[in-house]
Design a protein around this ligand. Structure first.
Ligand SMILES: Cc1cc2nc3c(=O)[nH]c(=O)nc-3n(C[C@H](O)[C@H](O)[C@H](O)COP(=O)(O)OP(=O)(O)OC[C@H]3O[C@@H](n4cnc5c(N)ncnc54)[C@H](O)[C@@H]3O)c2cc1C
Length: 452
């Protein structure tokens, strides 16, 4: 069985298959699992990158049916049960796509080219460097308009990621930057949170939306609702043909697409690049291919646009698929998925968070913040990571300081593009060698009919 992606879904599935009669081959372009909900804390220097990532090989040390290959998956060929990767082809009996999502720039080229995104650890480290590089440059800049653009930060997208990063930047402006940059007039540093819709935290309750807005106002974050950024170039983020916010740093948190892998029939891939699946995550018409997590488009009567792209959805789908796969292999009928919503939350700043629980329960403030802290600590993979995160958070909380503001790897937009090209070329010369004698598994028989 080949699992593409070692994120929340792929990781959980491979763990749950530890005792199943299958050889599990996981392919991921990174050799670590990345805890995405805390990326913004790496970007703002609150946590070190190593404390939100964990090596895939270490997670599976001792799981005898598990094999890992570090590779980019380029495509799949369902007709020959083949995954094409940057290190060679891999054959499968069963394939699970757990490739997550990618930033959606809505086809706006100037934004794709110039904006910062926050989907991966390299993205977060680039952003951290870029923020501090801009401050160093602002100290030297004599042109007031250019200096203002270096100081301003525009966050686009008022969902949880946009709100969390804006809050964290505002705390940094209040507590950290005045100590490091006494020569700069930080009252001039403006943080804008721009949202195309009428409210922050669109999918959350009205109470959470209003609390979030109030918290943002208290942190002096300038919230612009019903506003869309249409273009970003030459230090200007345009929200109409002529009106703009001067900024060199635009953080794009406005949308994601599924990370569908090429090679599937067109009718299985939605407009936003998610893959249609039935109620047990199987692709219609492809009995031995499954998709879980962000990349899977599972439509339910109460979620006609598909289940939300959230870590618990990916994990719950992985749990059920781990139960269903042995059933499907034995030719038995699989169970249907039902999403258990345990609640959603967003942290705004110290002592401030909003939480929506099922049955319309809403809480906020210190209690919400404590709940957020506790849950994220539990969910982090690895004991060392939990300890390091706890120490970093305690340090920040009691000292109102953030230890991590080194520009170790200066960021330039040009380098980022060159680096991508170089990495792909390196991968292409490697060879693949995986266990040639997998344990025998039965042929799929009596496949259930996929739902439409
Ligand atoms: C900044 C941020 C904050 C978030 N905050 C929250 C939150 O607070 N709560 C919450 O529930 N959810 C949150 N999410 C969403 C959550 O992280 C996702 O829903 C979850 O990660 C989905 O899990 P997944 O397994 O589908 O994909 P992912 O966890 O994204 O894993 C996908 C894996 O596939 C690999 N991969 C992808 N394509 C390829 C390829 N072609 N070849 C090889 N490998 C590939 C990737 O390297 C990655 O390891 C957040 C996301 C982001 C970006």
């Amino acid at each position: 069985m080949v699992i593409v992606g070692g994120g929340f879904g792929g990781l959980r599935l491979a763990q749950k298959l530890a005792d199943a009669p299958v050889q599990v081959v996981m392919v991921d372009r990174n050799n670590y699992h990345n805890f995405q909900p805390l990326l913004y804390q790496v970007a703002t220097g609150a946590l070190e990158a190593d404390s939100i990532a964990y090596p895939i090989r270490k997670i599976f040390a001792g799981q005898n049916n598990f094999f890992y290959r570090m590779a980019d998956v380029k495509g799949i060929v369902p007709a020959t049960n083949t995954v094409q990767t940057s290190v060679g082809d891999i054959r499968y009996d069963y394939l699970v796509l757990a490739t997550g999502s990618l930033t959606n720039f809505f086809g706006i080229e100037s934004i794709e080219k110039n904006a910062m995104q926050i989907k991966s650890i390299p993205n977060a480290l680039n952003l951290r460097s870029f923020i501090f590089q801009n401050f160093e440059q602002a100290l030297l800049e004599t042109d007031p308009e250019k200096r203002q653009a270096l100081l301003n930060i525009v966050v686009v997208g008022g969902g949880p990621t946009g709100v969390e990063i804006s809050g964290s930047l505002a705390e940094m402006r209040r507590h950290v930057l005045p100590k490091d940059y006494p020569e700069l007039d930080l009252k001039k540093m403006q943080i804008f949170l721009v949202e195309a819709g009428p409210a922050l935290l669109g999918p959350m309750s009205k109470a959470s939306q209003e609390d979030a807005k109030r918290y943002m106002d208290g942190l002096d974050v300038i919230v612009r609702l019903n506003t869309a950024i249409k273009r970003f170039e030459d230090g200007r983020a345009y929200y109409s043909d002529t009106e703009f916010i001067p900024t060199e740093n635009l953080i794009w948190a406005a949308g994601v697409n599924g990370a569908a892998v090429p090679g599937l029939p067109d009718e299985l891939v939605t407009r936003n690049k998610r893959i249609n699946v039935n109620m047990w995550n199987q692709l219609p018409g492809q009995p031995n291919i499954f998709a879980i997590g962000d990349v899977a488009n599972m439509v339910t009567p109460d979620m006609p646009k598909g289940l939300p792209m959230l870590a618990p959805v990916a994990q719950q789908q992985a749990d059920l698929l781990a139960e269903n796969l042995p059933r499907i292999i034995r030719g038995e009928a699989p169970k249907e998925f039902s999403y258990l919503n345990k609640g959603v939350m967003a942290i705004i700043s110290r002592n401030k968070a909003v939480v929506d629980m099922p049955k319309d329960i809403h809480f906020k403030g210190f209690l919400g913040w404590l709940a957020w802290l506790f849950i994220h600590l539990i969910l982090l993979v690895g004991f060392r990571n939990k300890v390091v995160a706890l120490v970093d958070w305690a340090f920040s909380y009691f000292s109102s300081d953030q230890a991590l503001r080194l520009i170790i790897r200066p960021f330039s937009r040009k380098d980022m593009k060159d680096d991508k090209g170089k990495r792909a070329a390196e991968h292409a010369t490697a060879t693949v060698q995986y266990n040639p004698t997998p344990p025998a598994i039965q042929e799929p028989a009596g496949q259930p009919t996929p739902a439409s």
